[in-house]
Design a protein around this ligand. Structure first.
Ligand code: C2E
Ligand code: MG
Ligand code: MG
Length: 283
């Protein structure tokens, strides 16, 4: 029964309308996953999760406008584990609300030490977005950290629009009522229905790194796509951040295309809080 169950999971993971035969490796994979699940719970309890901060820079003045908080997990045996791996796991095992609250709290406490004009961006999982208590949690965290709401930016992805429409718009209104900013992360990679851009009062659109990478190649169509996104955003009174800018050529290009903000290795990799505060003060 257990083997059949593992085969069923594998078939589900591979998408709908297919089948999988059980294979012994599935035991190993399931065992590893189980270990990782319990390790992640321990990591949260034992303070093994850390936040690093990546600067976001004004595209014309090159002044630091804010930092995005990014989570890191240093596993005692396996070393660093990417959030792209453990965030989906945390979502599945319903640990994401707790982790998300820790991220929010830690990031706001850190940002309260920065100069007044420097903002902090926190990533939200679509699962957190479904939780009715989110606005109350955000208010409490801001209050406790002594951070004014307009210095907090929440980053959501197109994934949140997949679920119940009514609830999503109510949640957005409740969050906006707090006075914080909303950014649409990884724009262009998801379901990209333009209708929600028209309905949702985003303050900022973050153009995904996949458009920026390779945009300077002669035959690339990415520049045209970025230009269209910037035009759309500015008509809707939204700022645009170009994500993942690494080279001078890319920087020149996204500037010429009118992106208002830039985030990428060219200006700084995600850094520990001690370095972030230094940079925030220097500007
Ligand atoms: P994201 O929110 O789109 O974050 C940007 C990612 O791009 C980060 O990866 C960052 O390190 C990377 N990046 C930034 N500039 C460059 C560049 O110039 N070149 C390259 N190659 N990469 C660049 P990271 O930190 O591995 O995070 C991956 C994703 O994991 C994030 O994508 C976000 O979706 C998620 N994530 C990270 N921290 C959190 C968190 O606290 N909560 C939630 N729910 N998700 C998180
Ligand atoms: Mg983000
Ligand atoms: Mg992104």
């Amino acid at each position: 029964m257990r083997d059949a169950d593992l085969a069923l999971y594998a078939a589900k993971a591979a998408g709908k309308g297919c089948f999988r035969f059980f294979a012994p490796e599935m035991h190993e994979a399931a065992r590893e996953r189980q270990l990782m699940e319990s390790d992640l719970r321990v990591a949260l309890e034992k303070d093994q999760l850390k936040l690093v901060y990546q600067p976001c820079v004004d595209s014309s003045s090159e002044a630091v406008t804010g930092f995005e908080a990014l989570i890191r997990w240093q596993h005692p045996e396996h070393g660093p584990i990417s959030p792209a791996v453990f965030i989906p796991l945390a979502e599945e095992i319903q640990l994401i609300n707790e982790i998300g609250e820790w991220v929010l709290k830690t990031a706001c406490e850190e940002a309260a030490k920065w100069p007044e004009h420097v903002t902090v961006a926190v990533n939200l999982s679509p699962v957190q977005f479904k939780s009715h208590s989110l606005p109350a949690t955000v208010r409490a965290v801001l209050n406790e950290a002594g951070l004014s709401a307009n210095r907090l930016e929440l980053e959501i992805t197109e994934g949140v629009f997949l679920s119940n429409d009514e609830h999503v718009h109510e949640m957005i209104a409740n969050l906006k009522a707090i006075g914080l900013k909303l950014a649409l992360d990884d724009f262009g990679t998801g379901y990209s229905s333009l209708s929600y851009l028209q309905r949702v009062p985003f303050d900022k659109i973050k153009i995904d790194r996949s458009f920026v990478a390779g945009a300077t190649e002669p035959e690339s169509r990415n520049a045209a796509l970025i230009r269209a996104m910037v035009g759309l955003a500015s008509d809707l009174n939204m700022q645009t951040t170009a994500e993942g800018v690494e080279t001078h050529e890319e920087l020149q290009l996204v500037r010429d295309l009118g992106c208002s903000l830039i985030q990428g290795y060219i200006f700084g990799k995600p850094m520990p809080p001690e370095e972030a505060i230094e940079l925030a003060k220097k500007g």
